[in-house]
Design a protein around this ligand. Structure first.
Ligand code: NAD
Length: 262
């Protein structure tokens, strides 16, 4: 395997200070990329940039603000002259059904999870040469409905179809656009799952692989999509969920009765 898949590539990563974004930044940097790390919290990004070497750059950026995102892209272009990889990964969740969700919560989730992708792509695409790649972090919550994830389901569902739309529009520019749909991943965004008695066990029991993913396992999928190995992959919605959405939801009868097969 070529261990320097991203030699001299310029990669912009949002939500880079933590979880999936940080793990992916590590893979890009390890394999030769100049990484530009964007996050709303400046501490984690700065510490990570120091770890990743002299060309790594950390910027404070609220991806829900178009001006912040424009400044991020402009800094990447001023520093490196172009962007080869754009990983739109920053995201937040929100809990509540449609009645429980306030308009403020709704707008915030849509702004952080969806508008951010438009702002970054709108600003970056003119600076992306042929052979570039965009990867958007959606979610399996963008493929179906969850209990009380109304705003998140809406935002991630839109990211899924917007990914396809951009793939169609920008294929002629030589830019591939794909989305990652993680299932349950052990990161700070899901830390609350561990604090509710029984929830983690119930959740993982519904996953055929019987466990949550580690962020590094998502980073490997993103790295593939961003690499030349995926040169014929565009408009794809790549599910990495331990088999969760492969399941119909019907029960394992063997847990209830010892029926003979056949
Ligand atoms: P995480 O909390 O570790 O990372 C999210 C990062 O986004 C944080 O560093 C946070 O500071 C940053 N962020 C939040 N709001 C921001 C803003 N307005 N501007 C800039 N940065 C902001 O969680 P994660 O699991 O690594 O999440 C990454 C992505 O993966 C998100 O889009 C999330 O929705 C998605 N996802 C996560 C899971 C999971 O189970 N962890 C599952 C499916 C999808």
């Amino acid at each position: 395997m070529n261990l320097k898949r991203f030699e001299n590539k310029v990669a912009v990563i949002t939500g880079a200070a933590s979880g999936i974004g940080a793990a992916t930044a590590r893979v890009f940097a390890r394999e030769g990329a100049h990484v530009v790390l964007a996050d709303i919290g400046d501490e984690g990004g700065r510490t990570l940039a120091q770890d990743l070497g002299p060309t790594a750059l950390a910027m404070r950026c609220d991806v829900s603000k178009q001006k912040d995102v424009e400044a991020l892209i402009q800094t990447a272009v001023d520093t490196h002259g172009r962007i080869d990889i754009l990983f739109n990964n920053a995201g937040i969740g929100s809990y509540g059904n449609t009645v429980e969700t306030t308009a403020e919560q709704w707008l915030n989730v849509i702004a952080v999870d969806l508008h951010s992708v438009f702002y970054a792509c709108h600003a970056a695409i003119p600076h992306m040469p042929r052979g570039s790649a965009i990867v958007n972090t959606a979610s399996i919550s963008g493929l179906g409905g969850d209990h009380r994830f109304a705003a998140y389901n809406a935002a991630k569902g839109a990211v899924v179809n917007y990914t396809r739309s951009m793939a169609v529009d920008h294929a002629r520019d030589g830019i591939r656009v794909n989305a990652l749909c993680p299932g349950l991943v052990d990161t700070p965004i899901t830390a609350g799952v561990h604090q509710i008695p029984g929830l983690k066990e119930e959740w993982t029991s519904r996953i055929p692989l019987q466990r949550a993913a580690q962020p590094e396992e998502m980073a490997e999928v993103v790295a593939f999509l961003a690499s030349d190995a995926a040169s014929y992959v565009t408009g794809s919605i790549i599910v990495a969920d331990g088999g969760a959405t492969a399941h119909t939801g019907q029960p394992d009868i063997a847990r209830f009765a010892d029926l003979p097969t056949g």
